[in-house]
Design a protein around this ligand. Structure first.
Ligand SMILES: [Fe+2]
Length: 229
């Protein structure tokens, strides 16, 4: 990275052999970064699953950046999940930073990193979830937006609106939802939720595999397009 330091999350003996995540807009002059961070009172699996599940757009009534999500494809293994959704961009903001109508959004979870980007290159989101306690997670995220009409001053001007007016509002809604999920787990001493999005099942499987079973979410067999997730 141009500035700052990268902290390897894991066994330090593996730090040189595990490749760093690739975040294409970091090396581009054509994107405006909007960083955001904060603590969430839940196990990291809840907030990870929330981020990868674009079916929960209804939660964000106030600042909904897309609607009518459809899952187009899903590929996963024991370390990585790759999904493509198609979404509508109903709001002026989404039309400004992307294009009106249908947009394809890619989601990649490569444990422990989360990437989300629009196929047309309009934006890219990179997130790291760092567990600070069994039920606390620090979220480091950066949204990269491609300059509107190639003019950097436009996003500089919109930065406070995007940051405080939209992202922090969306983040607060996500925090509320996942903390409620954690509260439900604590209440029942088990995960009673049943997910309908195959992406969530693939994400649960990756976390289960990467943490040697140390996750609260239930992992159950799930079939997508005739194949087990
Ligand atoms: Fe959300």
């Amino acid at each position: 990275m141009a500035a700052g330091q990268w902290v390897f999350l894991g066994d330090e003996k593996l730090a040189d052999s595990v490749p760093l995540p690739k975040i294409p807009p970091v090396h581009s002059q054509h994107y405006h970064p909007i960083p955001m961070q904060g603590e969430v009172g839940c196990h990291f699996s809840y907030i990870t699953e929330n981020a990868t599940d674009l079916f929960h757009a209804d939660l964000h009534q106030s600042a909904q950046p897309w609607a009518n999500p459809q899952l187009l494809s899903l590929k996963s293994n024991l370390r990585t999940v790759n999904a493509i959704y198609e979404v509508d961009t109903p709001r002026l903001l989404a039309a400004l930073i992307s294009h009106p109508g249908k947009n394809r959004v890619h989601v990649m979870y490569e444990y422990p990193y989360f990437h989300l980007w629009s196929e047309d290159g309009a934006f890219y989101l990179f997130v790291v979830y760092v567990p600070t306690a069994p039920q606390r997670t620090w979220v480091y995220s950066t949204f990269y937006f491609r300059h509107v009409w190639g003019m950097p001053w436009i996003l500089k001007l919109l930065h406070p609106i995007l940051d405080r007016g939209t992202f922090r509002q969306v983040f607060a809604e996500d925090i509320h939802a996942v903390q409620e999920e954690q509260r439900a787990y604590n209440l029942h001493s088990q995960d009673l939720s049943r997910e309908t999005n195959p992406v969530s099942h693939a994400v649960r499987k990756v976390i289960l595999n990467q943490t040697d079973g140390q996750q609260p979410l239930t992992c159950e067999p799930f079939v997508y397009q005739g194949k087990p997730v």
